[in-house]
Design a protein around this ligand. Structure first.
Ligand code: IVH
Length: 746
């Protein structure tokens, strides 16, 4: 958040402390004014103090998440938040559900309860071409008879490709969040939706026009493309299946029964439609969206009324071609168009810039702006006559599925991959598309030889959308993933809680090759000069049957193979030798236990200190380790019970690998086992900061949780700061961190 001057912002009486002594807005809240505020609160009762702090925090949340115009720095915000947390801790009876401190209090649920929508959540009629937009206008004109205006005002906005949600506010409080479900009955996912920072827990009354008694709004929960990519990288690092696209990631997150998972994933909300509302009326869609914004809800933003279409195009083209597209809600992507002509232009323009938007959309929604006309137009079947979804043709192509290959990952996961006759989709030649698992193959009934429609999902990963059944060969048969590993022939298994088949043969060459590639990686055992091809060669020659065999390689052995040079063989043996000086964290990471990434490996090493302590760990002890959740604890203890991890540890040591024990972190005199998360840009590289913390007895975790002690936030820190604040985790900057390091070194 950067501090920003803004002279004419309307101000609510709730946030009076923002006025300075002369009655002017105190825009720049300095340390001094923060402490002045605290002082001012001293005369207040604890409840008054807490209420004022909450009001201030809500105000700043609104500035940050809805207006994208923060008035104070992250640091100042965090100070306010810490003060609220401290005061609430002192007076726990005063903690209420709607406090900004209570976003992630929810317990894990058994299942979601079903709730009926007060008003059904309907769907939109789809149109697929510019002509369809004319036809839509024609129909509306006919229906309205002589009531139709000469020129329709059409409210045009993106059709978000996420998960539809209804938020129910009663007397200004968020009571429920319900998925669309079948349109009549949805699932209550309130505890997950509460974790989304841009969803207000309490409505605001910016214009002092009163809070509606009942205020239901509909919107879309999405994951930004950039966040999606980051999430998928960490899924893969942990040996988990990546999400197919941002929509799946958003929907999958909201369906998690543990709200902590939702809290750990960055989601956004965009509000676009009213539900049942009492106590407030709107004349039009743009008035509704303006009011939603005033009440504290995020919208995609409406282009200024006096902006011509050419100016709109111009502004957005410029804004979207910048790497930093600026505040999302200020993109002003929605626009009130005059007539079908402008609506068509809008459709064409948004289609053109679609790939540059920070989130996925699959079309535009065109709504008759005037609510009175909407009422007159009414509904047909389950969709309104006053709106149409003008969908974009997906970037698709037809091709022939030549074969389905089964790939074996290092975790043994057997993934069916469709290999197709090469075809261009959106400018990129595509040959391979993942079919994920058997269930997915069955659902789409994909068979070898089929003509299939493929598309690029989420702009990157190609996907088989469907089979063109009319072109199916008579001889085709349903495809079954063979019940054995294609590489080693061992029977495969399907663990109960998983969708994928796995090869569980620990000596399977494919699993072995994958494991070895991971084992030698820079952040693992760091064996230089041992590339993928060479590993394949060694495995195929029978030199390597498990990772520890690497330490039995000799120059002579290597030179007994064809095409191996003496010099490079010597270099390789030297770098294998050098890797023998290792650490517990590296060895744990290198052995590739499922779900154990580098960060977790370090946490395990720090916690247990020595190989023996780690190898003897039970599930209960594992859960106590910072950064280790229940799933991970089960996976690690299973791996330890299987015995192969133990055997590898022993053999590595026998073959001369020195596993430096991690000093168990003392609880005083150093960083004392404190758990840090790093975010933003710091004056030193990430890895260096990590090393510095660890050298001083701290841990570095990858994501903020209740177990985190400090979030070290650099420049341009992102959503982690909010999350830390939500969880009551202290946020420190570089200078505070340096003091801690200096003290630790004493
Ligand atoms: S307005 C009466 N506006 O489209 C329906 N819907 O087919 C009013 N959607 O499931 C809905 N973006 O999730 C509306 N800007 C937008 C939208 C939008 C996406 C989705 C919505 C719904 C589907 C309707």
């Amino acid at each position: 958040m950067s501090t920003q001057a803004n002279g004419n912002q309307q101000i609510n009486k709730e946030i009076w402390p923002l006025r300075n002594a002369t009655g002017h807005l105190a825009i720049e809240i300095s340390d001094a004014s923060i402490s002045r505020m605290a002082k001012r609160s001293e005369a207040d009762t604890p409840l008054e103090k807490i209420e004022k702090l909450r009001a201030l925090i809500r105000h700043h949340d609104y500035r940050y998440h809805v207006l994208d115009r923060p008035e104070i720095s992250d640091r100042d915000y965090d100070l306010l938040f810490s003060e609220l947390l401290a005061t609430e801790q002192q007076f726990p009876d005063l903690i209420s559900d709607d406090s900004p401190s209570q976003r992630v209090g929810g317990a894990t649920l058994e299942e979601f309860s079903k709730i009926a929508h007060r008003q059904p959540m309907l769907s939109l009629q789809n149109s697929y071409s510019v002509e369809d937009i004319d036809a839509f206008e024609e129909r509306a004109r006919k229906e309205l008879n002589n009531q139709a205006p000469e020129v329709f005002e059409f409210f045009c906005e993106p059709k978000f490709d996420g998960l539809a949600i209804e938020l129910v506010y009663e007397n200004g409080r968020l009571e429920k969040a319900i998925t669309r479900g079948d349109g009549t009955v949805g699932e209550e996912v309130t505890s997950n939706v509460r974790t989304i920072p841009s969803v207000p827990l309490l409505l605001r009354d910016v214009n002092e026009t009163g809070i509606p008694r009942l205020y239901e709004v509909r919107g879309e929960i999405v994951m930004l493309k950039a966040d999606f990519q980051a999430i998928n990288e960490s899924q893969q690092e942990a040996g988990e299946m990546p999400f197919a696209n941002p929509r799946n990631a958003a929907a999958g997150t909201i369906r998690q029964l543990d709200p902590k998972i939702a809290a750990s994933r960055p989601l956004r909300l965009f509000v676009y439609a009213p539900g049942a509302i009492e106590g407030i009326k709107f004349k039009s869609q743009d008035e509704f969206e303006g009011k939603a914004k005033d009440l504290g809800l995020p919208i995609v933003g409406v282009a200024p009324a006096n902006e011509t279409f050419a100016q709109f195009e111009d502004r957005l083209t410029r804004q979207l071609s910048r790497a930093d597209k600026g505040p999302l809600h200020r993109l002003g992507l929605a626009r009130v168009s005059r007539g079908a002509e402008e609506a068509k232009q809008y459709y064409a323009f948004i289609q053109k810039v679609r790939a540059k938007l920070p989130f996925d959309i699959d079309g535009v929604v065109i709504k008759v702006n005037d609510f009175r006309l909407q009422e007159d137009l009414g509904f047909v079947a389950r969709s309104p006559r006053w709106a149409t979804a003008a969908k974009f043709p997906p970037e698709q192509a037809e091709t022939v599925l030549e074969r389905i290959e089964i790939q074996v990952g290092r975790t043994g996961a057997l993934t069916p991959v469709g290999v197709m006759r090469p075809v261009k989709v959106g400018g990129v030649t595509i040959t391979n598309a993942t079919l994920h698992n058997q269930a997915e193959i069955d659902r789409k009934d994909v068979r070898v030889g089929d003509t299939v429609v493929i598309q690029r999902a989420g702009d990157v990963i190609p996907e088989i959308v469907r089979v063109v059944e009319a072109k199916r060969l008579k001889s085709s048969k349903p495809f079954l993933i063979p019940p054995f590993c294609p590489v080693c022939g061992a029977p495969s298994e399907k663990p109960d809680d998983e969708a994928v088949l796995r090869c569980v043969n620990l000596t399977c060459p494919a699993v072995l090759k994958g494991s070895l590639k991971h084992f030698v990686a820079r952040r693992a055992m760091n064996i230089e000069g041992l590339g993928d091809k060479l590993i394949d060669t060694f495995v195929d020659a029978g030199f390597l049957k498990r990772p520890s065999d690497l330490y039995t390689l000799t120059t002579e052995k290597i030179l007994s193979l064809e095409r191996q040079g003496e010099k490079s063989a010597q270099n390789l043996v030297a770098s294998i030798e050098a890797s023998k000086q290792s650490t517990l964290a590296r060895v744990i990471f290198a052995l590739g236990i499922r779900h154990v990434g580098e960060t977790t490996a370090k946490a395990l090493a720090s916690y247990f200190g020595s190989p023996d302590e780690f190898l003897g760990a039970t599930e209960d002890r594992l859960i106590a380790v910072p950064d280790v959740g229940a799933t991970m604890a089960v996976s690690i203890s299973q791996a330890l019970e299987r015995g192969d991890v133990k055997a590898e540890f022993a053999r590595l040591q026998e073959l001369g690998v020195i596993i430096e024990e991690s000093k168990k972190k003392a609880t005083s005199g150093s960083l004392g086992g404190k758990k840090y998360v790093i975010t933003g840009t710091l004056p030193m590289g990430r890895d260096e900061v990590k090393d510095l913390i660890e050298a001083n007895g701290g841990f570095v975790l990858s994501s903020v949780s209740k177990k985190t002690d400090f979030l070290l936030a650099g420049e341009d820190a992102g959503s982690k700061v909010q999350k830390a604040a939500d969880l009551g985790v202290a946020v420190i900057d570089w200078s505070v961190f340096q003091t801690q390091i200096a003290e630790a070194g004493d």
